[in-house]
Design a protein around this ligand. Structure first.
Ligand code: ADP
Ligand code: MG
Length: 645
């Protein structure tokens, strides 16, 4: 074996985050201990599970525990576990890079965070796990040996952008992290992490519920037996945590802080939970559940591999944190624990896949989470608003995948609308406000509120004073295709199908005018349809435009271009659906074109170009790009040239 010491650089984002830690003024420095204990506890869970699954693994699991070791003179604090341990590759991958990185957001925020207060917030939001040690230590050593392997790894860093790794022959199985504490904290009682009392307090506060014993050697002083005798000092090992499972207690036995700390451990999160849900089911399937609704969305909520957040325990013992049978995917932001009494669940993944009991639990959890959100909505509007802003886009996925709860989901959903900039409205409130004569719930889908408000599709609704829901999450393109009504009122896209907002009286009034228009424009429409046949499947007169000359409409059951783009981006093939071009018969461009067409010469190519331009501008008006932008630009330039001659 080589004693070769390799020096390596942290990955760029990891380096930035470390730098934040080293210079941190984060008010909650103490939390480093929670992070180390949390990692140690995870490592013990993993080892226990591995030893059950892999009988070949030759490890002693009879005394799994965590140990704190203090050296007051040397000012070090070590946290050890005899858990699963890491290989050299694990160390480089897991500690040397920011495992949770890769999102543009974190990178951007790191770049922007200059002020100390901002970085404080960043730490609190993203959480920094192992790196939090650099808030209190100026040198961190990690020595680890993976269960079943003989070679161990030592990793050392001062948090300055580089670290060293070396393979070593001899180390106990598991991981120990030794912190060389910063000298400036030595005199500060609040931050003296070599003090027995400080450590006791921190374990009690942050990690009391940890299921493994957290031990520490303490000095026990016995007063002299008689006058003139000597005080005796002995050393004994104590367990600092109660190891009580919080989910087994009723809600009034647990303090808010205890729930918060448990949430942070189980969710690997740094925010506070918005709501705690405690459940107990008795009868055929017995289980207890403790669930948390976070107050911040993790930044990987919408990446494909975002895992689920509910851990499965059986009779107090951790089984898996990766059981997607326990909670539907659209509730993946919910974190917590389900502890079942049925030991058969303790077996293999395959069994978990098709277990009736898990299906029943999942149904109950789903109902409970949704009803909790409903209660928040009526009783704590501010918190509901936070929840919807953070997780609404995920919840809306349920409108498609969870038909049983579709109605509940529609009721707890809220949407932006043309009514007010900052307000969200529920569908029920929208329906309440619908004026006499309005029979449908109108919505527009698109990229942003600003873009939608300018869209020609909205003109008639604005003119009429009808409220339109403005849906700007990508998922809105999808669920609106499968949900057709709410409370008996059809949902209608402003960019789809025919729109007729006239009342019966208005219809009668406009009838003659409409007939006249149909006659006048008939030839033009036929010609346009032919000319643009490559692009559109029909050309007709519009009743939805008041200002723009033209717009493009999708069939009521057709696929919108945005949806087609989404399908294509995810690798699915979708047929190119042609749309319908609607013309505003009162717009000077359209009436002018109609006259020009009536008086055309035989080979009038300028007219063809006008048709193309009208189609292209309709695309532009909805924020899209003409199919051949260069050609479109040159057609416009030619026209403009004539206006300045
Ligand atoms: P997180 O715990 O949220 O994944 P951390 O920064 O706390 O992030 O830890 C990064 C990873 O390093 C862990 O996911 C784990 O794989 C590994 N790790 C950290 N501490 C230990 C330990 N004591 N034993 C085994 N693996 C560990
Ligand atoms: Mg961690």
């Amino acid at each position: 074996m080589t004693a070769h010491v390799e020096q390596r650089e942290f990955q760029a984002e990891a380096r930035q985050l470390l730098d934040l830690m080293v210079h941190s003024v984060y008010s909650d420095k103490d939390s480093f201990l929670r992070e180390l204990i949390s990692n140690a506890s995870d490592a013990l869970d993993k080892l226990r599970l591995e030893s059950l699954r892999n009988k070949e693994l030759d490890v002693d699991t009879s005394d799994l525990h965590i140990e704190l070791e203090v050296n007051r003179d040397g000012r070090t604090l070590a946290v050890r576990d005899n858990g699963i341990g890491m290989t050299r590759e694990d160390v480089v991958d897991l500690i040397g890079t920011l495992a949770k990185s890769g999102t543009a957001e974190l990178r951007q925020r790191l770049r922007d965070a200059k002020q100390a207060s901002e970085s404080d917030e960043l730490i609190g939001q993203f959480g920094v796990g192992f790196y939090s040690t650099f808030m209190v230590a100026d040198r961190v050593e990690l020595l680890t040996r993976k269960a079943g392997e003989s070679e161990a790894t030592r990793w050392v860093s001062t948090g300055d952008g580089t670290y060293t790794v070396e393979s070593v022959d001899d180390a106990p199985q598991g991981t120990s992290v030794t912190l060389h504490l910063k000298p400036e904290d030595a005199e500060d009682e609040l931050h003296d992490y070599t003090s027995e009392w400080k450590l006791r307090e921190l374990v009690k506060k942050y990690s009391d519920f940890i299921a493994w014993p957290i031990r520490m050697q303490v000095e026990r002083r016995t007063p002299p037996a008689d006058e003139g005798g000597e005080e005796t000092v002995s050393v004994e090992t104590q367990t600092l945590n109660s190891m009580k499972a919080l989910w087994a207690k009723s809600k009034d036995e647990v303090s808010e802080d205890e729930y918060k700390e448990f949430y942070k451990h189980i969710a690997h999160a740094w925010d506070d939970p918005l709501e705690v849900i405690s459940m107990k089911a008795e009868g055929t399937f017995e289980y207890q559940a403790l669930l948390f609704i976070p107050s911040h969305a993790p930044f990987d909520l919408f990446t494909r591999d975002a895992g689920t957040g509910v851990h499965l325990y059986v009779k107090r013992v951790f089984v898996t944190d990766d059981c997607d049978q326990l909670i539907p995917r659209y509730l993946r932001f919910v974190k917590g624990v389900v502890d079942a009494e049925d030991v058969s669940l303790n077996v293999s993944r395959e069994i978990l896949q098709q277990n009736r009991q898990l299906t029943a639990i999942r149904r109950r959890l789903t109902k409970k989470v949704l009803s909790t959100i409903k209660t928040l909505q009526s009783e704590r509007p501010q918190d509901y608003r936070t929840l919807w802003t953070q997780f609404g886009a995920a919840l809306k996925e349920g409108l498609m995948s969870d038909v049983d709860n579709q109605d509940t989901l529609l009721r707890i959903a809220s949407f932006a609308s043309t009514r007010g900039e900052d307000e969200l409205t529920t569908l029920a409130d929208y329906v309440q406000r619908m004026p006499e004569g309005q029979t449908q719930i109108f919505y527009a889908t698109g990229q942003s509120r600003e873009q939608l408000l300018k869209s020609p599709h909205l003109e008639a609704f604005k003119a009429k004073g009808y409220e339109v829901l403005l849906l700007t999450d990508p998922v809105d393109e999808v669920w609106t295709g499968s949900v057709t009504e709410f409370d008996g009122k059809p949902l209608q896209s402003v960019a789809k199908g025919e729109v007729d907002l006239d009342t019966e009286a208005e219809k009668a009034e406009h009838e003659a005018e409409r007939e006249e228009q149909q006659k006048d424009f008939a030839d033009l429409l036929t010609w346009l349809k032919e000319t643009l046949t490559e692009h559109v499947k029909d050309v007709r007169l519009s009743t939805r435009l008041t200002e723009s000359p033209a717009c493009l409409i999708t069939d009521n059951f057709g696929i919108t271009p945005a949806l087609a783009r989404m399908y294509r981006a995810s690798g699915q093939v979708v047929p190119v659906g042609k749309r319908i071009l609607e013309l505003n018969p009162k717009h000077p461009l359209i009436t002018g074109l109609q006259q020009a067409y009536a008086q055309r010469a035989d080979d009038d190519s300028a007219l063809d170009e006008t048709a193309e331009l009208i189609y292209g501008t309709a695309l532009l008006a909805e924020g899209d790009v003409p199919e051949d932008p260069a050609r479109f630009a040159s057609l416009i330039a030619d026209r403009l040239a004539r206006t300045v001659q």
